[in-house]
Ligand binder design. Structure first.
Ligand SMILES: Cc1cc2nc3c(=O)[nH]c(=O)nc-3n(C[C@H](O)[C@H](O)[C@H](O)COP(=O)(O)O)c2cc1C
Length: 203
């Protein structure tokens, strides 16, 4: 029964070779993101994870903001490299932005203060589960995608993104998944011995 799921997670890869096309219609992309947000678990079922799907001109707007932020203060080769990186993702079809709503984290922390230290950790764990679910679903649809944390998304950039898309200021960025139809398969991936990473003890 788990074979299909395990085969799906093995298909998910980082594919940087994305185009500005999508063979998957926007409605289907939206349905995938909604289902992934709905079914990805959160601690105490607080449902703190948020996602924003941008395509077309909205995607260009996003990556222009990131480009401006990432190349700020840079000069020469460093500026050229930063600009090339953002231009690459701007050349994709769309992006999914992931956030955690800090208002939800604060509310649950006030309710159960004994877990004050754990809630932020569990929030990022929940974010990671959601990232993987959308990333895997998009890959199964034949899209190429990567998980990006460009320049760790400065507070200033996140504020610019919140303003540009009318998002609450309590939504803090956890990652961005730029995607598009793939121009090439993902690069080869190597794996260390699984025996060193998984231990099994029997009675
Ligand atoms: C939590 C996390 C953060 C990552 N951040 C980035 C990133 O900022 N930029 C990037 O290009 N790849 C990023 N990656 C992708 C990893 O480098 C990639 O998943 C890893 O090398 C394995 O390759 P695969 O995705 O093809 O299986 C991240 C992956 C994870 C799980």
């Amino acid at each position: 029964m788990s074979d299909a799921y395990l085969a799906a997670i093995a298909v998910r890869r980082s594919n940087y070779a994305i185009t500005n096309k999508s063979s998957v219609p926007d409605e289907k992309l939206e349905a995938i993101v909604k289902k992934a947000v709905l079914h990805s678990p959160t601690s105490f079922n607080i449902q703190s994870s948020r996602a924003v799907l941008v395509t077309g001109a909205a995607n260009t707007k996003l990556w222009n903001l990131i480009a401006a932020s990432n190349s700020k203060g840079l000069e020469g080769e460093a500026k050229v490299a930063a600009e090339a990186k953002t231009a690459h993702f701007a050349g994709g079809y769309g992006s999914v932005l992931f956030f955690e709503d800090q208002a939800v984290i604060e509310a649950i922390t006030a309710k159960i203060p004994v877990y004050t230290k754990q809630f932020p950790v569990w929030s990022t764990n929940a974010a990671g589960i959601l990232h993987a679910n959308v990333w895997t679903a998009f890959t199964l649809e034949g899209l190429g995608a990567t998980l990006q944390h460009n320049g760790a998304y400065s507070d200033e950039l996140v504020a610019d993104i919140q303003k540009a898309f009318g998002l609450p200021s309590t939504w803090t960025s956890t990652a961005i998944l730029p995607f598009g139809d793939p121009a090439a398969p993902p690069a080869e991936k190597s794996f260390g011995p699984i025996e060193e990473r998984v231990k099994v003890f029997k009675a």
